[in-house]
Design a protein around this ligand. Structure first.
Ligand SMILES: *Cc1c(COP(=O)(O)O)cnc(C)c1O
Length: 425
């Protein structure tokens, strides 16, 4: 499908007059729409909760919009827990789905009343130690069944090569140990494929976890209260990609639930999701202006954003669609490399991309940066993180995070005595 920015050229130029490029901009209306569509698709499960993967877009303004739509937070670090709390998300609306977790993070999560999801068998003991010799009455464990994960049209994930989760026998042992420590309600979590482009990922994962839950319930006598399908639903980054049909996905999971859990007398299980990409990616764009044009062995458009603002093309060779604002109706007849300023040849947002004829001064909208965009940013080459703007439902714009300054960059150095000039930046 043709990809169009969620904002027009005139409005975007007006925003640029107040907020210099580059910046990420998020579309509040679309964020709410997506949350509502997901909640509707799973409304048949009364306990369903989407725990938004905070790492995708760690901004408390975004998190609190999602909280207004009934979503919680999936956190992996103490900092993300703090952010969730600041956005008013606490208690069982928070999930700590971390790995290689320090004891202090368990303690902070427990103090918030968060659900704790253990990534390895040794964490049973760590959790008990971190909480001073007790464990919560409800605990979730992350399973990794190994092998490959197949959908109808082939392999879509490679769990065996992923560092996450415990094997099925380890999960059983974890449940036994937790039961002995007094845990009453058990959760099962798995994340087996990323950015999936097929509607049967969640239904197949659900069926696998439901069957496992029934078996553990029967063999160990444990009460399974939560099954967490985690993240992994993809988005249509490319115009030829198909967008996920969230209601068909919800329906597929419902069928597995009716066929596996209900007959086993486990119809009270509540379901969870931890979507990041599907919730937010299409609701954000990176806005950047062309500041240089050079033709050598390729035709380069140098823009004022760089891989420090959006890392996915550099590290995954990921496709992000580029629109030239105001030229949507013109033929894409010219191949350009859209590049940033880092002294690294992988700092290219697009290579040999067919775009309408354009040059210095043109405003570009890089699509689908609302998740895993700003958040993966870094400071290489002294690059500074951009601002984040929120396009409100009434059409107004609010800056929800300012751009970094040199002072921010220098703030963590020891600037006593010798480098006091930096402290004054
Ligand atoms: C990254 C992550 C997610 C979100 O993944 P998406 O691909 O953005 O849906 C959810 N849960 C956990 C534990 C993660 O690490």
């Amino acid at each position: 499908m043709e990809k169009r920015p969620f904002i027009g050229k005139e409005q975007l130029e007006a925003i640029c007059a107040e907020h210099p490029t580059p910046f990420h901009i998020y579309d509040e209306a679309q964020i709410r729409q997506r949350a509502r569509a997901l909640n509707a698709a799973f409304a048949w499960n009364p306990g369903f909760c989407e725990y938004f993967a905070v790492k995708a877009t760690p901004n408390p303004w975004i998190v609190s919009i999602l909280a207004e739509e009934g979503c919680g937070c999936d956190c992996a670090t103490a900092t993300e827990l703090t952010l969730a709390q600041a956005a008013g998300v606490t208690g069982e609306r928070v999930m700590l789905s971390s790995n290689d977790t320090p004891d202090a993070d368990f303690a902070q999560a427990d103090a918030m009343g968060a659900i704790i999801n253990l990534d390895s068998l040794d964490m049973v003991g760590c959790l008990e130690r971190a909480l001073g010799g007790r464990v919560p009455s409800r605990v979730c464990c992350r399973v990794n069944p190994g092998g490959t994960f197949e959908a109808a049209n082939g392999i879509i994930g490679n769990p065996e090569d992923a560092k996450f989760g415990m094997t099925v026998p380890q999960l059983e042992e974890a449940f036994r140990r937790l039961a002995a420590l007094g845990v009453e309600d058990f959760g099962i979590h798995a994340f087996l494929a990323s950015n999936t482009q097929v509607d049967d990922y969640y239904p197949r994962l659900a069926r696998t976890l439901f069957e496992l839950a029934v078996r553990l319930h029967e063999e160990l006598g444990v009460h399974v209260w939560l099954i967490d399908l985690s993240g992994g639903i993809g988005v249509d980054y490319r115009p030829e990609d198909r967008a996920a049909d969230i209601s068909a996905i919800g329906e597929g999971v419902r069928r597995a639930f009716e066929e596996v859990l209900v007959p086993a007398g486990m119809g009270d299980v509540r379901l969870a999701a931890e979507l990041g990409r599907w919730m937010l990616a299409p609701a954000g764009g990176l806005v950047t202006r062309v500041i240089h044009h050079k033709v050598t062995y390729h035709d380069y458009l140098g823009v004022d954003a760089c891989a420090a603002n959006l890392m996915r093309p550099a590290i995954y060779d990921a496709y992000h669609h580029v629109s030239v604002m105001g030229k949507g109706g013109e033929p894409a007849c010219h191949a350009y490399n859209v590049v940033g300023r880092l002294c690294e040849n992988n700092d290219q947002f697009a290579r040999d991309r067919m775009l309408p004829e354009c040059g210095i001064g043109d405003l570009l909208f890089i699509h689908d940066t609302g998740a895993h965009g700003f958040s993966m940013g870094y400071n290489y080459n002294g690059s500074l993180r951009s601002a984040e703007l929120l396009l409100r439902e009434d059409g107004s714009v609010r800056q929800i995070r300012r751009a970094e300054t040199q002072a921010d960059y220098f703030a963590t150095f020891d600037t006593d005595e010798r480098f006091s000039a930096l402290a004054r930046q």
